[in-house]
Design a protein around this ligand. Structure first.
Ligand code: F6P
Length: 546
C-alpha cells in the first residue's frame, strides 16, 4: 500500500467519496445558499467558482488536510528557493525565477540565477527592439517582417498559445508563424508566401537534439540559402534558444545569435524564458514584461494565500478529488473566449507530460488514479460537437469553463450570446433534468402519452456533472500570465499530492529511440527481424506501397 493511502486525510476522503457518490449537487445547492460564497475565490483579474463540484465543507476540510499532510506548502517553498525537487533529473525547478520581479540573488550550484535572468531579459529586449525597429536587417538589407518559430512541445505550445491569445495587442509590424510538425506539409505551407530576405527563424529547442526540429531547421536553412546563394546569410536570419550551445553552434547558428536556456527550466514551463522570443517580437518587450508580471502576481498569490483561499491549490485539490477519489478519467478544458483557442493543447502537454505517470518519486508503483486525460475545444464549437457526451454519456467528465467578462473584440450582441451559453452549460451540467420534469414539459407542450412514453427517457439529463468556472476580467498580457501560472501551480500541487515527479518526461524517450532506429531501417531498406509482426508488416507494406 502506498504511503499516501495510509494518511488519515486520504482514508477520510475515501469514505467521503463513497458517501458523495450517492448525492446530487442539486440537493447540495438546495440545502445551502452559501455554496457560491463558500466555494469561490476572487482575485483582482479572475474569479474561480468551484461550487459546482460534488463537495461540501467537510470534503474541502479533508482535501485541505490532505494538502497539509502531504506538505504542499513546504514543497512549494522548496521549489521557489531552488531546491532540486526534480528528483530523477536532479534539477531545480525555477520557471518562477524567470518572472521574479525582485532582483534579490537566488543561488543554484554557486550561480546567481537572478543575474542570468536579468542579463537574458536585457539581451532579449535589445534584440527585440532591433528587429522591431528595423535595425536588424536581412542579407539583402531589408527589414524583417516575418518570424518563423521552429520548435515542438514546450518550444512551441507556450509561445503559440500566447501569441494567438494576445493577437489583439500586436501592432502587426511583425507576422509570427510556427513550424512544429516534421510533416513537410507544414513548413512548405508556412514558407510558401514568405520572402527569404525578410524572414527571421528562431530555432527553439532546449536540447537541440529533437530530430523533428532539427529536420525543420535544416529545411529552413536550405530554403534561405537557395535564395541568398550565401551560407553567411544564416547569421542574419537564424537565432536559436537552447540549453545546448555546443549543438546549436555545430548546427551552424552564430554564437552571438544564441539565447540560453537552463536545466532548471522545464520545456513545458519555458514560455517565460527566451523560448518566449516570438511573443516579445510580436507584441513588443513591454507587453512581454506584462505577461511575466502577471505570472509573478499568481506566484505571489500561490506563495502567500492560505491554502483554503489559494486558487492553484484549490484547483489541484478539486482535480484530485474528482479523479483519484471519485474516479473520473478525463477532464475537459472549455474556453469560451476565441483568443484561448490553443489553451487546451497547451494544458494537455503541461498536465499530461507532467503528471501522466504511474510511479511515485521514490520509485514505487502508484496504486491510485493519477491525472485525467485532458481534452477539449472552444466552448461553442464543442457544444455542437461533443457536449452531448458531457451531458448524457455514462462517463462523467469534469470540466473547466473559462470565459471573460469583456471581449477584446466586442461585436454587438456576440458576447452576450457567448456568455449566456457559458452560464447555461454549467447550470445544465449540474442540475440536469429528471424524468418527472421531462414528462411534465412534454405534456405542457400537448404531446400524446405514447410520444411522451417513447421520448421521455431520452430527454432525461442526470446532471451532477462537476465543473469549475474561471471568469477572467478580460484577456490581456497580465491576466493571461495569471491564468497560465495558476495552471502551472495547480499541476505542481497535484504532483505533490499524488507523489509524482512532475518535472521529468521519461515516457517520451522509448518512442523517440525506436523512431530513430526505424528511420534507419527504412532508409537502408533493411527491416530488422526484432519487430513484432504487426510493426514489421506495416513497415514492409509502407515500403512496397511507396
Ligand atoms: O519529447 C518531449 C519533449 O522533450 C518535451 O518535453 C519538450 O517540450 C519537447 O520535447 C521539445 O524539446 P526540445 O525543446 O528539447 O526540442
Amino acid at each position: 500500500m502506498s504511503s499516501r493511502r495510509t494518511l488519515a486525510s486520504w482514508k477520510k476522503l475515501q469514505l467521503l467519496a463513497q458517501d458523495k457518490k450517492s448525492q446530487h449537487m442539486k440537493t447540495l445547492f438546495s440545502q445551502d445558499n452559501e455554496r457560491f460564497n463558500k466555494f469561490s475565490i476572487e482575485l483582482p483579474n479572475m474569479l474561480l467558482d468551484y461550487s459546482k463540484n460534488l463537495i461540501d465543507s467537510e470534503t474541502m476540510d479533508s482535501l485541505l488536510a490532505l494538502a497539509t499532510e502531504t506538505n504542499v506548502c513546504q514543497w512549494r517553498d522548496k521549489m521557489f528557493r531552488g531546491d532540486k525537487i526534480n528528483k530523477t533529473e536532479e534539477r531545480a525547478v525555477l520557471h518562477t525565477a524567470l518572472r521574479r520581479q525582485s532582483h534579490e540573488p537566488l543561488i543554484i550550484d554557486d550561480e546567481n540565477v537572478t543575474n542570468h535572468v536579468q542579463k537574458q531579459l536585457a539581451d532579449m529586449e535589445i534584440f527585440v527592439n532591433n528587429v522591431r525597429q528595423g535595425e536588424w536587417l536581412g542579407y539583402s538589407g531589408k527589414r524583417i517582417t516575418d518570424i518563423v518559430n521552429i520548435g515542438v512541445g514546450g518550444s512551441n505550445l507556450g509561445p503559440q498559445t500566447v501569441t494567438e491569445a494576445l493577437k489583439h495587442y500586436s501592432d502587426g509590424s511583425i507576422n509570427v508563424h510556427y513550424v512544429s510538425n516534421v510533416d513537410g506539409a507544414q513548413i512548405v505551407e508556412v514558407l510558401r508566401p514568405l520572402n527569404p530576405e525578410k524572414v527571421l527563424f528562431i530555432v527553439s529547442s532546449k536540447t537541440f537534439t529533437t530530430a523533428e526540429t532539427m529536420t525543420n531547421a535544416k529545411t529552413a536553412i536550405k530554403w534561405l540559402t537557395s535564395a541568398s546563394f550565401d551560407e553567411k546569410s544564416v547569421a542574419k536570419h537564424f537565432v536559436a534558444v537552447t540549453a545546448n550551445r555546443e549543438n546549436a553552434m555545430s548546427f551552424g547558428i552564430e554564437e552571438n545569435n544564441i539565447f540560453d536556456m537552463w536545466d532548471w527550466v522545464g520545456g513545458r514551463f519555458s514560455l517565460w524564458s527566451a523560448i518566449g522570443l516570438a511573443i516579445a517580437l510580436d507584441l513588443g518587450f513591454d507587453k512581454f514584461r506584462e505577461l511575466l508580471s502577471g505570472a509573478n502576481e499568481m506566484d505571489q498569490h500561490f506563495i502567500n494565500a492560505p491554502l483554503k483561499d489559494n486558487m492553484p491549490a484549490i484547483m489541484a485539490l478539486i482535480s484530485v478529488w474528482n479523479t483519484t477519489f471519485l474516479g473520473s478519467q478525463s477532464q475537459a478544458i472549455l474556453p469560451y473566449d476565441q483568443t484561448l483557442h490553443m489553451l487546451t493543447a497547451y494544458l494537455q502537454q503541461a498536465e499530461m507530460e507532467s503528471n501522466g505517470k504511474s510511479v511515485t518519486w521514490d520509485g514505487s508503483e502508484v496504486d491510485y488514479a493519477t491525472v485525467p486525460s485532458i481534452w477539449g475545444e472552444l466552448g461553442i464549437n464543442g457544444q455542437h460537437a461533443f457536449y452531448q457526451y458531457l451531458h448524457q454519456s455514462n462517463n462523467v467528465v469534469p470540466a473547466d469553463f473559462i470565459g471573460s467578462v469583456e471581449s477584446v473584440t466586442p461585436v454587438k450582441g456576440h458576447h452576450e450570446t457567448l456568455m449566456s451559453n457559458f452560464f447555461a452549460q454549467t447550470q445544465a451540467l449540474m442540475t440536469g433534468v429528471d424524468e418527472t420534469q421531462v414528462r411534465a414539459d412534454l405534456k405542457a407542450k400537448g404531446r400524446t402519452q405514447d410520444y411522451i412514453d417513447k421520448v421521455a427517457p431520452h430527454k432525461v439529463h442526470k446532471g451532477n456533472r462537476p465543473t469549475n468556472t474561471i471568469l477572467l476580467k478580460r484577456i490581456d498580457p497580465k491576466t493571461l500570465g495569471n491564468l497560465i501560472a495558476a495552471y502551472e501551480h495547480k499541476i505542481f500541487v497535484q504532483g505533490i499530492i499524488l507523489k509524482i515527479c512532475s518535472f521529468d518526461q521519461w515516457g517520451v524517450e522509448l518512442g523517440k529511440g525506436l523512431a530513430a532506429d526505424i528511420q534507419q531501417e527504412l532508409e537502408n531498406n533493411n527491416i530488422g527481424s526484432h519487430h513484432d509482426c504487426s510493426t514489421a508488416s506495416l513497415m514492409k507494406f509502407y515500403q512496397s506501397a511507396k
